[in-house]
Design a protein around this ligand. Structure first.
Ligand code: ATP
Length: 234
């Protein structure tokens, strides 16, 4: 079954096409890793999927329905949620408030404050805390929880481990593994740590200069081929 179908997507900045004819499918419960060097087009791809950047051409279909023309907020309501790189939170609000506000904008579904706290147990003791005072890892967990509160069918995770300590990264990925094991949400992840990306993803796409140059199951492709694609040696 396909949850997200992307076909011949093109998106750019002025004359520069940062995403060129990108096509892929992601199913429910599946994790697709997006691998590529700085400037390969990963962030532009994510922003285009989330609707904050407009596609020049191509289509994005969520659960069989075309969402290409929808605004970002309508896409959240349709079921695409992004955890952005740098994770913007309302820093003068508590963790609880951040989560509840997000719940008001999304779809109705199984994710409620209670089920999000079951999936992300590290958030439980933080509920009354202002997010401005949290560590990077804690903020990232709040950002993921906030995205879940909108009941996404597809969760876009852009460099969740950026700038975090190894212990914090381990804790986050443990929680993400629990989320994956539930099997209902499709996840697309950008992760700079190649081993981590290969370990967590069911399939990867390697991007180079806006194009997909390699695609497949990470263990089948193998690290040498993925590394070559990353550096543009293929
Ligand atoms: P990074 O890992 O550094 O975020 P990336 O793979 O996410 O890289 P993008 O940020 O999508 O890549 O960039 C793709 C291309 O688009 C690059 O050539 C970049 O210089 C260009 N680009 C990105 N954002 C803009 C912008 N706002 N205006 C002009 N060009 C941009």
């Amino acid at each position: 079954m396909t949850m997200l179908a992307v076909d011949s997507l093109v998106a750019g900045h002025g004359l520069l096409a940062a995403v060129r004819e990108v096509s892929f499918r992601v199913g429910p419960g599946e994790v697709l890793g997006v691998i590529g060097a700085n400037g390969a087009g990963k962030t532009t791809l994510f922003r285009t999927l989330a609707g904050v950047h407009t596609a020049s051409s191509g289509t994005i279909a969520l659960d069989g329905k075309c969402v290409t023309g929808l605004t970002p907020s309508r896409r959240v309501a349709a079921g695409i949620a992004m955890v952005p790189e740098g994770r913007r939170l309302f820093t003068d609000m508590t963790v609880r408030e951040n989560l509840l506000v997000a719940g008001e904008n999304g779809r109705a579904g199984n994710w409620t404050l209670e089920t999000v706290l079951d999936a992300l147990p590290s958030l439980k003791p933080l509920l009354p805390v202002l997010t401005g005072g949290l560590s990077g890892g804690q903020r990232q967990a709040v950002a993921i929880g906030r995205a879940l509160m909108s009941n996404p069918k597809v969760l876009l995770l852009d460099e969740v481990s950026l700038g975090l300590s190894p212990v914090a990264i381990e804790g986050l990925y443990e929680q993400l593994a629990g989320l994956k094991a539930r099997g209902d949400t499709a996840m697309i992840v950008v992760e700079q740590d190649l081993d981590r990306a290969m370990g967590f993803s069911d399939r990867v796409i390697c991007m180079l200069e806006g194009r997909i140059v390699l695609e497949g199951e990470p263990q089948v492709l193998g690290k040498p081929a993925i590394t070559e694609a990353y550096f543009g040696l293929t």
